[in-house]
Design a binder for this molecule. Structure first.
Ligand code: 6PG
Length: 479
């Protein structure tokens, strides 16, 4: 009797193949399946010696190779293909078996699938997997949702292949049904925001100081030795330091300046709008990608008036790179504060019990936004579980306070030189709005009541009011 497989992977493109290899390397017996048999055979031929694989060439053979409760990881394109694979396997499974969707599925699809499969006695676990192909092979950050019962048998397997930081796996049960994919979606939204802030920092150092990419790479290497240490800062230094082999020019200068996006950042913004969560950093980062792609509009606008871009000099230039580091750090705190509050809003909306400290802890390694910074976030939530925003937590509050002058100076310089910094600017605007005594929203309420009788509340009494704007004396009265 051959040993049954601990877990199976169907869908052996690079991510699925690397997850299967990672599982086998960790000593698990892994059943393999792919729609086209050749991918299964290729994996065995190339990597069969890495561990104990059980190749299967039909759905039935794949299911029969798995020990109970069966755990099938589906790694196919999000949307229709995932539904198709679920329907191919679900009828072959028994009560208590677990289907795991490790793709970037939309959390609403995951909630739908989890409810439908629960009706059929099956567990459906949508899990975020972050870290790209390398992460899948060497240790990603893993964000599973689904039932607590499914995590009992699935969790130890996922934790064994996840990245580890201080001996702790970058994997935890995030919450029920779609919670895992929701948190992965927000991870990607924060990723967009972080990448945009880094890109703006590069643009500022180039536009305001006249630095060449190689010089800016050195600045990022210096920053990566300090509080901004992160995977994204590290790879930015690599990208900016790279010379294009074909032309001998700085690589960044031969890349078309039109950013693309597969969609998870867009989802984060759409859900933020639905939840009423002002995730302005993620929104501006997503819109910045969209704007960069409007080539015709940009060329039509190319001649529009703007300031002459004279590089800074003297003391201003001496100080500017440090000012940008401060502005980047402060804007990053805002962006992460917004992202974590979106997770809280999602948890409240969908009835999930999500521990933000644990989310920060599993993002310390393996994922694209992995950074020393996340340790500070984990500590902030450990100190104050019901923290209203990261901005009011001790360490971050002081750091952002200390960054004030630099942050404002950098945004002013950007405006003066005509360098677009939507990320830095929206972060500062969010910060100032959040801490303001009074917001001009009072006037907006007055306008709404004037043209649409939409009513307003007052600062001096409870209830809802309307003003008879067309009448003499314009009497106000409870609506
Ligand atoms: C990750 C990444 C990944 C992302 C791709 C493409 O966590 O490993 O976030 O999931 O989808 O890198 O992202 P965009 O095309 O949306 O930039």
């Amino acid at each position: 009797m051959t040993k049954k497989a601990d877990i199976g992977v169907t869908g052996l493109a690079v991510m699925g193949r690397n997850l299967a290899r990672n599982l086998a390397r960790r000593g698990h017996t892994v059943a393999l399946h792919n729609r086209s048999e050749s991918r299964t055979r290729e994996l065995i031929e190339q990597f069969g010696d890495e561990g104990d694989f059980a190749p299967a060439y039909s759905a039935r053979e794949f299911v029969d190779a798995l020990e109970r409760p069966r755990k099938l990881v589906v790694m196919v394109k999000a949307g229709g293909p995932t539904d198709a694979v679920i329907e191919e396997f679900a009828p072959l499974l028994d009560e208590g078996d677990v289907i795991v969707d490790a793709g970037n599925a939309h959390f609403a699809d995951t909630r739908r699938r989890e409810a439908a499969l629960r009706e059929r006695g099956l567990h459906f676990v949508g899990t975020g997997v972050s870290g790209g192909e390398e992460g899948a092979l060497h240790g990603p950050s893993i964000m599973p949702g689904g039932s607590a019962e499914s995590y009992e048998s699935l969790g130890p397997l996922l934790e064994s292949i996840a990245a580890h930081v201080d001996g702790e796996p970058c994997c935890t049960h995030i919450g029920a049904d779609g919670a895992g994919h929701f948190v992965k979606m927000v991870h990607n939204g924060i990723e967009y925001s972080d990448m945009q802030l880094i890109a703006e920092s590069y643009d500022l150092l180039r536009g305001a100081l006249g630095y060449e990419p190689a010089q800016i790479a050195d600045v990022f290497r210096t920053w990566n030795a300090g509080r901004l240490e992160s995977y994204l800062i590290e790879i930015t230094a690599e990208v900016l330091g790279h010379t294009d082999a074909a032309t001998g020019r700085p690589f960044v200068d031969v890349v078309a300046d039109e950013a693309e996006q597969k969609g998870t950042g867009r989802w984060t913004v759409q859900i933020g709008l639905d939840l009423g969560e002002p995730i302005t950093g993620i929104a501006e980062a997503t819109f910045a990608r969209s704007l960069s792609g409007h080539a015709d509009l940009r060329s039509a606008a190319h001649g529009l008036a703007g300031p002459t871009r004279a590089p800074l000099s003297g003391a201003d230039a001496e100080r500017f790179a440090d000012d940008v580091e401060q502005a980047l750090y402060a804007s990053k705190v805002v962006a992460y504060a917004q992202g974590f509050n979106q997770i809280l809003a999602g948890a409240a909306e969908y009835g999930w019990d999500i521990d933000l400290g644990k989310v920060a802890a599993i993002w310390r390694g393996g994922c694209i936004i992995r950074a020393r910074f996340l340790d500070d976030i984990r500590a902030a939530y450990a100190d104050e579980a019901d923290l209203p925003t990261l901005l009011t937590s001790g360490g971050f509050r002081k750091a952002v306070e200390d960054a004030q002058d630099s942050w404002r100076s950098v945004v002013q310089t950007a405006v003066r030189l005509g360098i677009p910094t939507p990320g830095f600017s929206t972060a500062l605007a969010y910060y100032d709005a959040l801490r303001a005594d009074r917001l001009p929203a009072a006037l907006v309420q007055g306008q709404r009541d004037f043209f649409g009788a939409h009513t307003y509340r007052r600062v001096d009494s409870g209830g809802v009011f309307h003003t008879e704007w067309a009448a003499d004396g314009r009497p106000e009265h409870p609506a």
